[in-house]
Design a protein around this ligand. Structure first.
Ligand code: 0RA
Length: 638
């Protein structure tokens, strides 16, 4: 036995397993930054969600404590406490100390784990300074404590337990993680998504770190129908209720919900066993095939699409579409670069058949919305044809003109895109300072007239006829939308430089929206940045220091020896800085700080919702969004 003093080969294997996790944490959780830290919570919660999928758990509570530990409580069956003969340990200890043990026993049902993370709770244990587990099962409460992955004693049974369930509290190891402080909003987004995908499961997120504890409850009786409503929140929709189908067979279970809005962008999200399959896969292919065929068939039958007209393309049909496809299967195959592409071939036909049948029925039974949907698709086709023509014209124009670059662009002299950068600057006066301040060998400046067009509202055809937008596109050199080619980028850093005030923030949002909708790959490639001009300059004697936040200013002033006299300048805009100051604070690569703009990969829908709520038509949605995120700018993980 393991605890009679002799050390079995199996124990050594266990320690080596968890030691390997501590040595190379990134191999198991992706990173030791904030993203990896949050994965610890997802891992624990996913295990409880597996209990819910198996039909035994209805509520999960997540508490963020003041000491940065996290507790996850569920009302499932409880992790088995009996001895597992193969390991000669309790089930609890097996789950907590053996890599990938979670799914090994306890059998049937769909599981979240085994996908993207699915590394098992043992990884959380390995990366925690301390972990306390309590299992309520067989009428008793069983507890055990671990430190750095090792049990401090055996699993002890005590007291009576009326209900069943598991409580797990862990203290992330600050010797491994860059930070151990969880972000409420990041976890809330994930919990909301989990709640959408598991109808009726109740998730509570409780933050005890503030004086006033903050609680949010996520429970959606409509499941993915509510998810689609959420994606379309504040938008004008073409039909009042999302269309919904579900089917279950030997292949697994499929649910689809979809609803068109009057906007231009689509958000089609596909999940397999609750894992967001951002690389798509067979379920998404089946859905797209069915959608394109069924809508075209209907449009022809109704003679909205005339005999000599071409078929509507998939893209035309998906314009303004919000959809969620959620499949659950017993043995999911995850492929692709990030293991987020579903490979099971049986799913293509299964989803395709269900959507074809369900959608055809819906269209027949709801002639009014059906007509609105098909008209919208056919308008999209016409707009796309017009936009193509407009783009061809711009291209031809640029071939004819000797200089194809916009007149306002002060280009740099180096031609190697990997070495060069372009500043998008708010206003002509700041543009002028930036032109004087820059190092012209590698820094290009494009001044932009105040508020550029909001491409979220305008749509592609109008956007392409705006001078400012055209200037940005030609300066970048990449083209847009289907014609986008990252390899043609004329600069590998596109830096947004706006005033540090409300207007500046608005213009920054407009430029970010432009990149997100027209050149998303620029963001994905990590080519888009935000410049950070200082807010204050404190001068004392012959010296000066810049401060970029109010807090930093306090720190700068606090460091001054007592009685030192200083003067303070508050910069209201970039224009108030002279070129030298602009160079040393904001543009000099040796001294500046740039924020790289990234999309939160764990929450594909978050950026989508953020942009449409913030930049779209609906004023109410925008107000709500701003109120909700007033203290939190992490919707874009910049
Ligand atoms: C293995 C088997 C069974 C349940 C669990 C694991 C389980 C794990 C976790 C992790 C957090 N909460 C959990 N709840 C349950 C099935 C046990 C049985 O057959 O009764």
């Amino acid at each position: 036995m393991a605890d009679n003093g002799s050390y079995s080969g199996k124990d050594i294997q266990v320690l080596e397993g968890l030691e390997a996790v501590r040595k190379r944490p990134s191999m198991y959780i992706g990173s030791t930054g904030p993203r990896g830290l949050h994965h610890l919570v997802y891992e624990v919660v996913d295990n409880s969600v597996d209990e819910a999928l198996a039909g035994f758990c209805t509520a999960i509570d997540i508490t963020l404590h003041a000491d940065d530990s996290v507790t996850v409580v569920d009302n499932g069956r409880g992790i088995p406490v009996d001895n597992v003969p193969k390991y000669r340990k309790s089930g609890v200890e097996v789950v907590l100390t053996i890599l990938h043990a979670g799914g090994k026993f306890g059998g049937e049902g769909y599981k979240v784990s085994g996908g993207l993370h699915g590394v098992g709770v043992s990884v959380v244990n390995a990366l925690s300074k301390r972990l306390e587990i309590e299992v309520r099962r067989d009428g008793k409460t069983h507890t055990q404590v671990y430190e750095y992955g090792k049990p401090t004693g055996p699993l002890k049974a005590s007291g009576k337990a009326k209900a069943t369930g598991t409580t797990l509290r862990f203290w992330s190891d600050d010797g491994i993680f860059e930070t151990v402080s969880m972000n409420f909003e990041v976890l809330a987004t994930r919990m909301r998504e989990t709640a959408f995908l598991n109808k009726n499961l109740k998730l509570m997120l409780i933050d005890e770190r503030e004086l006033e504890p903050r609680t949010e409850e996520f429970r959606y009786t409509g499941g993915i129908v509510d998810f689609v409503k959420y994606l379309n929140e504040g938008k004008e929709t073409l039909h009042s209720k999302p269309i919904y189908f579900e089917a279950e067979a030997t292949e697994g279970a499929v649910e689809v919900a979809l609803q068109w809005n009057s906007g231009y962008s689509d958000s089609v999200l596909a999940f397999a066993n609750n894992i967001n399959t951002t690389e798509g896969g067979t379920h998404l292919e089946g859905f797209k095939n069915a959608l394109t065929r069924t809508i075209n068939d209907y449009a022809r039958r109704q003679n909205i699409l005339k005999e000599k007209e071409e078929n509507l393309s998939g893209e035309d049909i998906r314009e303004g579409l919000a959809a969620v496809i959620s499949v659950k299967l017993r043995d999911p195959q995850f492929e692709g670069q990030t293991k987020t592409k579903l490979g099971n071939t049986e799913m293509r036909g299964f989803v395709q058949q269900m959507v074809t049948q369900g959608l055809a029925e819906y269209l027949e039974e709801h002639p009014k919305p059906a007509r609105a949907i098909v008209m919208k698709c056919s308008q999209a086709a016409k707009a796309r044809a017009a936009a193509r023509k407009a783009r061809e014209l711009t291209r031809r124009k640029s071939l004819l003109e000797s200089s194809t670059l916009p007149g306002k662009l002060a280009d740099c002299s180096l031609r190697d895109a990997a070495l060069t950068e372009i500043y998008f600057v708010e206003g002509d006066s700041a543009g002028g300072s930036a032109k004087q301040a820059r190092d012209r060998s590698f820094q290009a400046i494009l001044p932009l007239k105040g508020k550029i067009l909001n491409v979220e509202k305008a749509g592609i055809t109008r956007a392409l006829s705006s001078d400012e937008i055209q200037a940005m596109i030609t300066a970048m050199g990449t083209g847009v939308a289907e014609e986008f080619d990252l390899a043609q980028a004329r600069y590998h850093r596109a830096i947004i430089m706006t005033d540090a005030d409300v207007d500046g923030a608005h213009i920054r949002c407009l430029i970010l929206t432009f990149f997100y909708r027209f050149m998303k790959e620029m963001i994905e490639a990590g080519y888009v940045y935000i410049a950070q001009p200082p807010l204050y300059k404190a001068t004392f004697g012959k010296k000066h220091e810049y401060a970029y936040t109010d807090r930093q200013l306090e720190q700068v002033l606090a460091r001054l020896p007592e009685g030192t006299k200083y003067s303070l300048q508050r910069y209201k805009g970039l224009g108030e800085m002279n070129p030298d100051q602009l160079w040393e604070t904001t543009m000099d690569p040796e001294r500046r700080t740039l924020l790289r703009v990234t999309l939160d990969e764990d929450n594909a829908s978050a950026a989508e919702v953020a942009f449409s709520e913030l930049m779209g038509d609906a004023v109410e949605a925008r107000k709500l969004f701003i109120q909700r995120h007033a203290k939190d700018v992490r919707f874009l993980d910049i």
